[in-house]
Design a protein around this ligand. Sequence first.
Ligand SMILES: [Zn+2]
Ligand SMILES: [Zn+2]
Length: 388
Amino acid sequence: MKHPKLERLVSLRREIHKHPELKYEEFKTAELVKSELEKLGFTYQDKIATTGIVSLIDSGIPGKTLLIRADMDALPIHEENKTSYTSIHQGKMHACGHDAHTAVLVGLAEELKQDIKSIIPKGRVLLTFQPAEEGGSGADKMIEEGILEKYNIDGCFALHVWNHVDLGKVGVVDGTMMASVDEFSIKVIGVSGHGAMPQHTVDPILVSAHIITALQTIVSRNTDPLEPCVVTVGMINAGNAFNVIPEFAMMKGTVRTYSKKVYEDAPKKLKQIVEGIAESFGAKVELEYKRVDKPTINDPKMANIVRQAAKKILGENSITEEEVRTMGGEDFSAFLMKVPGCYFFVGSRNIEKGFVNPHHSSKFDFDEDSMPIGLDVMKEVIRIYLSE
Ligand SMILES: [Zn+2]
Ligand SMILES: [Zn+2]
């Protein structure tokens, strides 16, 4: 039997899918969200972090306030699927499933309008439509603009449709689920000269080689072996002749961590190694270290609420931890650093129907039956959390 909400969610999702917008350009998507909220008679605050929207739904009975987040942005990818809802914007595509998240949150607003009492026994829910999850730190910007304080947020949840988990399953873990994402760039400045007369130079290529090697000791010698950490130098550029020692070398790379401690320590350690090695060779160095995403760390109590909800909606064996932890990043982590919460995956893989392509692939699509499942699990999560 078809879920009564399926058709509505599919039509919302396909409308959004057809018209993808990149980070901080989600103007049409925001318009759609606002017009749906207006139809329901819900007030909202808009233009948060450019295109973000929040709508506070109050049960009228004192209690806690829970933030539920959906991200709205698409990716700069040209869609290769041929469907009735394929992206009509060249080079832009909802290839991560954020179209589903926005549709589900609008669907949740509609359910709240229909029957608020059965979903929010007491307290309030802040429906949060966020821009720029994909490398734009939209979550951080919404926090900087004060929504957590303004609405007195006590807890937070977000779901992600996930093609590495089968339809009908929910992926959730206690503690860290996704890694932090940091980005660094290093410019090593030496003294250029003849390749045959190194005594008159400071060779930035040799210095860089030592830096690259030593950076791996952050993982192998400075970090608890039981704590995941990756340091990757993914780009190096220097010189343009075989017999010339160039003036400088450029490197770029990424650091990924799982625990709060490793996350906090990593930039200090990297700076120490880079500056120490450069100095020992008489080179100068310019280091830029940029935080992109924090580690996504679930509160075990909140993860338990997700498990309870999923079991009620999908049955006892519906929870999985397989392929749930990844070294990828997610900016919902910014909310999780501020208030207890849980981020979870709603399985959207269906091998029989061919929904198997990974997120960020130009052939990504998912089983739309995952949307009413996500909606039902989220409704139950809200009910359990706000009953306490
Ligand atoms: Zn993504
Ligand atoms: Zn995503």
